[in-house]
Design a protein around this ligand. Structure first.
Ligand SMILES: [Fe+2]
Length: 246
């Protein structure tokens, strides 16, 4: 069984399209999206249309929560200066898009044919805003994963790919499709983007289980053209990430 995990697309359909093309060649059985689908980027509708088409299992991220309930943006830990982009994305969605996003689930469990149990989530099984990194303190991990029977735990949110074995558990992050960070975000330390998309494929065949943290290069000039031609409030930020200036 082969499962692809995509996360933190953030409205970049150009990056998502490149990832989906790569996934097609990888012949997976299922795609699971770990959240943060549409906010911040210039192509929210295209992203949702694509997710619809691929019939992915969709988990709700904190940005998805904020798109659905913008009055709770602070609770979803959306930084103040991103609020105009949040509303810009919301304004582009139809009633059917909102219905689709309302169907996103908090977590998803699956069992591989050999009995390995997996739990997928956005931040942690307890909250879309919990940040799990390679350096996260073990006491926090114990709290986030208390009473979890799954031995493979996979999330998004940090925008940084990770494979961390923790006791008998394997904690994974598939990285970000549209917003792969150079370094972890922290207050006063604004994120910088890498010029590629990230995702993961997990496979169990017979007695083997493997993790493939993948990187896909996408058409940045094509994406920047879409950004520049949009009236997205944060468009200068996007262009600076890839070209250094607007
Ligand atoms: Fe995100």
């Amino acid at each position: 069984m082969r499962i692809a995990f995509i996360s933190d697309i953030h409205g970049s359909f150009t990056a998502l399209e490149a990832v989906l093309n790569d996934i097609k060649k990888q012949k997976v059985d299922q795609i699971i999206c770990l959240g943060d689908t549409v906010s911040l980027g210039p192509q929210p509708r295209e992203v949702l249309d694509a997710l619809h088409e691929i019939k992915s299992i969709n988990i709700k991220g904190n940005h998805d929560g904020a798109i659905l309930e913008p009055e709770k943006a602070a609770q979803y830990e959306i930084t103040e200066h991103l609020i105009p982009d949040l509303y810009w994305g919301r304004d582009r969605l139809s009633k059917a898009d909102f219905d689709f996003m309302n169907s996103f689930v908090e977590t998803h469990s699956l069992t591989f044919p050999n009995g390995i149990q997996l739990l997928a989530f956005h931040g942690s099984p307890l909250s879309t805003t919990h940040l799990i990194q390679a350096t996260t303190d073990s006491a926090l991990l114990d709290a986030y994963f208390a009473n979890q029977t799954a031995s493979v735990l996979i999330g998004g949110h940090s925008h940084i790919q990770m494979q961390r074995r923790y006791g008998e558990k394997l904690i994974l992050n598939s990285g970000s499709v549209g917003n792969a960070f150079v370094f972890a975000f922290s207050p006063g330390n604004p994120p910088r983007l890498l010029p590629w998309a990230e995702y993961a494929i997990l496979e169990q065949v017979g007695s083997s289980f493997s993790v493939d943290l993948r990187r896909v290069y996408f058409d940045i000039p094509k994406f920047v053209k879409v950004v520049k031609e949009s009236d997205l409030p944060g468009k200068e930020w996007w262009v600076r990430q890839y070209y250094g200036s607007f």
